[in-house]
Design a protein around this ligand. Structure first.
Ligand code: GLP
Length: 240
């Protein structure tokens, strides 16, 4: 794993944006796996700024998001599809048809998961996958468990994750209890992975990435098996 430890959230956003923009310059038709959550918001802002300055072109990039609540209406203010439009897609020149998220409105979640995996397999998996990390070490919505799913699937959210995400909703009761998420295998098949983390509340999860062990109890530790992972984190997440 390549570690880049920076001072604060601002520097994390800059390092993350530089990383992704350099990959897009090298390969304009990049297959880019994207993440939601508060962590990448600053980085998305810098990517928008780069586009406005004429330094970035997203017209050929194809994006595939990690996950989406299930079930959820696309029009819901908390849907990840709305999040992505608000924080990135509506402000850059990526054609809407080049952006993909699991469909939270699908009638049959399992069928949607299968179709999403098949679509990603068809394009040959991601060139670069962006990840945040949950306080409990989840990636996408792959929650700690005895067994983890390889492919895109429907999953139940843990209490910890519902509580952590409740800040975006009117009350914890409003947080969907399930999600559609890429599986660990879908993520691991990306050629390159960029994980961002900031803040003290991510320290325990980041600490678990430093040693030489893997466990499904902390899903992000499985990234140690991937040959090309870069972690950009701030001091608070790295040192606690
Ligand atoms: C959410 C998302 C993850 C995200 C993580 C951290 O539940 N499914 O993709 O990385 O939790 O979120 P945040 O960046 O808000 O801390």
């Amino acid at each position: 794993m390549n570690w880049i430890v920076v001072n604060d959230e601002k520097e994390m956003a800059k390092a993350g944006a530089d990383f992704l923009l350099s990959r897009i310059i090298n390969k304009p038709e990049l297959l880019l796996g994207l993440a939601t959550g508060s962590t990448p918001v600053g980085m998305y802002r810098l990517m928008i700024e780069a586009y406005r300055k004429g330094e970035a072109d997203f017209s050929r990039v194809r994006t595939y998001n990690l996950d989406e609540y299930y079930p959820i209406l696309k029009s819901d203010v908390n849907s990840y599809v709305r999040f992505m439009r608000k924080n990135l897609f509506d402000h850059i020149n990526i054609p809407r048809e080049n952006t993909h998220l699991p469909n939270g409105e699908a009638k049959d979640g399992e069928a949607e998961a299968k179709a999403y995996e098949a679509m990603i397999a068809e394009v040959g998996y991601m060139d670069v996958q962006l990840l945040g990390i949950g306080q409990n070490g989840h990636i996408g919505f792959n929650e700690p468990d005895d067994k983890l799913c390889v492919n895109t699937h429907v999953t139940a959210l843990t209490e910890n994750t519902v509580a952590a995400n409740a800040r975006f909703f009117d009350s914890p009761d409003c947080v969907p209890k399930h999600a559609l998420t890429m599986g660990i295998g879908t993520i691991m098949k990306a050629k390159e992975i960029l994980l961002l983390a900031n803040g003290k509340n991510k320290h325990a999860a980041i600490e678990a990435l430093k040693d030489d062990t893997v466990t499904t109890a902390i899903p992000a530790t499985l990234l140690k098996l991937h040959p090309n992972v870069t972690i950009v984190c701030d001091k608070a997440a790295f040192e606690g």
